[in-house]
Design a protein around this ligand. Sequence first.
Ligand code: ASP
Length: 403
Amino acid sequence: MMKNLTQKIFFGFILGILFGILLGSISLPFNFNQKIISTIGFGGDVFLKTIKMLVVPIVFFSLINGVANLNNIGSLGRIGIKSISIYITTTFLAITISLFFANLINPGKALDTNFDTANLEVSDPPSFFDILLNIIPANPFQSLVEGEMLQVIFFAILIGSALSMSKKGGGLKKFFFDFNEIIMKILSIVMIIAPIGIFCLIAKTFATQGLSSILELFKYFFLVIVVLLIHVVFVYLPIVKFIGKISYKKFFVGIKEALLFAFSTSSSSATIPITLECLKKNFAIRQNVASFTVPLGATINMDGTAIMQGVATVFIANLYGIDLFFYDYLSIILTATLASIGTAGVPGVGIIMLGMVLSQVGLPLEGIAIVMGVDRFLDMLRTSVNISGDAMVSIIVNKTEKK
Ligand code: ASP
């Protein structure tokens, strides 16, 4: 089903490009161009609104669920703190590297956009303390209603932690688990119209943007791939070699099956059993380490996702001709780190969580539609990076625990 849907999305994407270019280059009588553009614009908006509708519930329920299920976080103590710190540090590095390269290459800058930014409210950059203070909600329910992501995350982490500490709350835990499942189910229902939605959004973009969009979209696509590679080569491999004392070749050969599985399923969660198997069989990682670090990593460690979000944010800002300031970048680093923690290890969630990063810095969520067309393949690649990170951290924690 998924494979089928993937093909349809890709088909809608390609068709949208062709149709958009055609529509942009011919001039029909009776102002027909404009009428078609408004019709496909409507189709695109329907899809977009249904996706937007799911952002807050997905963040809220998947995060509560993730944190509440960290049952052993207290008893695992040192291993827990160690792996969480490495996970967060590498994600932080990932997003920083990605912003650096995105600013160097500036994808989307060359595009002379006709995007309507007139009624976009881009607020003044808040101060650093404001950003921190703003994480605490005045009223958590208001934060949910208004979709204040950092506040929603803060509150979700608190509920999740309280649930995991509390001896009662078993029924509530199950409630959040079930609700999370239901929300993910709704997402899969909404994705049924994705091929048409993508077609409409892309066709409208190309009809109003012309050919230069393609080039810029390719720039985005390749830049994400290059930064993913840079992160693996300059962050993961040196750590594996110098701290883990394992050669590059042995590392890759040892996690080969997990990499392939992650690539073909685009799901860190689905890959958990294979990653565990590879780590135990090929690196003799102890059970008590791997059984904690791997599922935890598949839940909170998404460096590949953070990289995509960094490049995509700069790309979308460029497309809409919106300048990002220093505090915006700090905000992006913080939000993307949290977004990747909150991203469920299943296909396509990272791109939806991108909405959180965009809204945090006042960028239009419509930008998601533009990058979504090429996201399927990027998802496969970033999931492979995500699980390489999980394997790397497991090896390091196991190694240092031995001492
Ligand atoms: N598919 C990714 C994963 O499972 C998450 C994402 O969409 O970025 O790791």
